[in-house]
Design a protein around this ligand. Sequence first.
Ligand SMILES: Nc1ncnc2c1ncn2[C@@H]1O[C@H](COP(=O)(O)OP(=O)(O)OP(=O)(O)O)[C@@H](O)[C@H]1O
Ligand SMILES: [Mg+2]
Length: 622
Amino acid sequence: MILEGLNPQQKAAVEYLGSPLFVSAGAGSGKTKVLTHKIAYLVKAKGIRPNRILAITFTKKAANEMAERIVKMLSIKPMWISTFHSFCVKVLREDVQILGRSFSREFVIYDTGDSLKVLKNIMKRFNRETKEAGDARDIISKAKQAYRSSIFDHIAALPYPASTYAEVAEEYQKDLERSNAMDYDDLIFFAVGILAASPETRTKWQERFDYLMIDEFQDTNDIQFSLIKLLAGGSKNLFAVGDFFQCIYTWRGSRPSNIERFIREFGAKEMKIEKNYRSTRRILAIANTVISKVRCGWSNKALELYTDNKEEGDIEYKSHADGISESVWIAEKIRRLSRNNAYSDMAILVRMTFLSRVLESVFMRYQIPYTIVSGVGFYDRAETKDLLSYLRFIANPKDAAAFERIINSPGRGIGKKALSNIRQNFRNDWLQALRDTRLTAKQRLAADVFVKTVEGYSNSVEDEPYKVLMGLIDDLGYFAYIEKEYGEDSEDRMENVSELSNVLQALEEEGKPFSEFMEDNLLASEQDKIGKEDSVKILTLHASKGLEWPVVFLPALEEGIFPSAKSLMSQSSIEEERRLFYVGTTRARERLYLSSAESRMKFGQTSFMVKSRYLQEIKHHL
Ligand SMILES: Nc1ncnc2c1ncn2[C@@H]1O[C@H](COP(=O)(O)OP(=O)(O)OP(=O)(O)O)[C@@H](O)[C@H]1O
Ligand SMILES: [Mg+2]
C-alpha cells in the first residue's frame, strides 16, 4: 500500500537498506515524497518504532507538512520530525550541563533583534560605533556556522578589520551566558559541542534512533554536517535527499558540496530520480533553459527534468509601463482565476520585499485577500515584543535583552547612566542588580514598583500567561502609555495587544506552558508564517523552497532586481541567482505568469528598467 503510486526509481529508494543513501533529484520529482514514504515503509514493513526515526528539515512548516503526510499513512504522529534548530534545543534542554558552563536547562533563545541589542551595548563599552553591531553579528554567526571549537581564534585569524571582532565575540558570549541565553547559531553550535565532547552523551543520542533522514540537504552548512556526522556515528541507516541546483543559501553559509561530501564520507549509495510530477512541460522548459547555464562543481552532467504531465496549463509574459500597471494586471488575472481556483492556490514570488508594497495597495483596491509572508510579522511588532519581553523576564529575571527592552517602557526615568550602573551591578539576576544600584529617589520609587510587579507574577507566568498579561496591562497602564507614545497609530497597536491576549488565552486553555510557546514562535521562520487561510500568498523566492502552488506569478523580471544588482558582482552569486530562478519557476504546477515593468519608483524617483536576461533566454518558450 505504501509503495503504491511510486515510480520504480522512487520505489527503489524507499526500499533500499544496507548502506547510507543519497537521492539526488530535480525540483518536484518527489524527494520529499520518497522521504515520507520511507518513514512509513520502515514502520509498516520493517517494524521500526516511529519514535526511533529522526527526520530533519529546514523549516517548521516543512516539518509539519511531513508529519501530516505520515499521520495520513500511519495514523500515528511521529515524535522526531524536527528542524535542525528544534532538534538541537531538545539536546540542549536535556544535556546542557555537559558544556560545563553556567547555562541551565531553562535557557532562553535570543532572536536577531535581541542579539543586536546585546552587541550594541558591547560596542558602547568598547568605545566603538554601535552601527558596527550588524557586522559583528554576521561575523560571529559565520564563525559559529563554520564550527571551530574556539570562535575567538577563528575570528582573530580573519583578515583585518574582521579580526577586530574577536574580543567583541568573546564578550558577547559571556553576556549571553550571564543572561542564560543562546542565539540561533548557538543552538546548533553548543549541541554539536556537547555531542563532540562527551562520548557517553553522543552514544545515548545515537542509540535513540534507528534511522536518520534529512531533506533539502543542499542547504546544509558545515556545522549541520558535523551534527549529522556525530548523530550517525557509523550507522548505515542514514538517508538524505537534495538537489544541487536548488541551493540558494550559500550567502548564509550553506555548502552544496556537502552532497558530494556526504556520498564520500559516509560511503553512500547515490540514486537519481529524473521525472518531474509537479509542473507542466512548458514550465519545465523555462526552468531547464535558465538552469542549463549552471554547472555543478563535481558532476558534468547537466540537469534536465522531464515530465509526462499532459495538460499544458498556461504561461504568459507581459511587459508593463510601471509597477502599478503590472500589479493591476496581476490583480485582474487573480480575479479571473478565482472563479475556478481558491485564492490559496496562488502565490506571488518576489525577489525583494519592497515589491510587495505596490501589490498590496492594488490588492486592497481590488478586494483580493492576500497574506504577506515576509515583512514585520506579528511577533516582531514593538508592542507585542514589549509585552512578551515582560512575560519572558518574569519567567527568567536573568534575561538581559528582555530587561533592557522593558525597564524603560513605559518610561521610568532610568537613563543611560543609571542603566550602565545597573549593568555593572549585575551578577545573575537583574532584579537584584536593580536593588543594588544607587538611584535617585524618583528612579528608586519606579524601580521598586517594577520589582514588585515582576515578582508578583513570577509563580503564575508559566501556567497562566493570559492572566498575567491582563494584570500587567493594568498595572503598567499600558494602554495609556501606547496612546501617549503612538497617538494616531495607537488603535492599531491596541488591536495587536488584543490579538496577543487571544493567543495567550487559547494557550492557557490548551494547558501549554508559556516557555514552550515562546520557543515555538522564536523558532518559526519566515516560511512558517504561511497560514492555511484562503488568501493569495506574497512571499520571497527564498522562502518558497519546497512548496508548490497551481498558479505562480514572478513579477519584476528586470536587471538589478532579478538578477539582483549585488549578485552581478561575482560568478558564484550569478549562478546562485539562476538557481533561485529555477526554484521559483518550479514552484508552479499549472500556470506561470511572468512580468516586468519599464520603470519603477526608487527613492521617490522614476528609474528606467532593463528586462531581465532570463527573459531573453526563455523568449522562444513564451
Ligand atoms: N509517483 C508520483 N505520482 C504522483 N505524484 C507524485 C509522485 N511523486 C511525486 N508526486 C507529486 O509531485 C509533487 C512534488 O513532490 P515533492 O514535493 O515530494 O517533490 P520534491 O522533489 O521534494 O520537490 P522540491 O525539490 O521542490 O522540494 C507533489 O505534489 C507530489 O505529491
Ligand atoms: Mg521537497
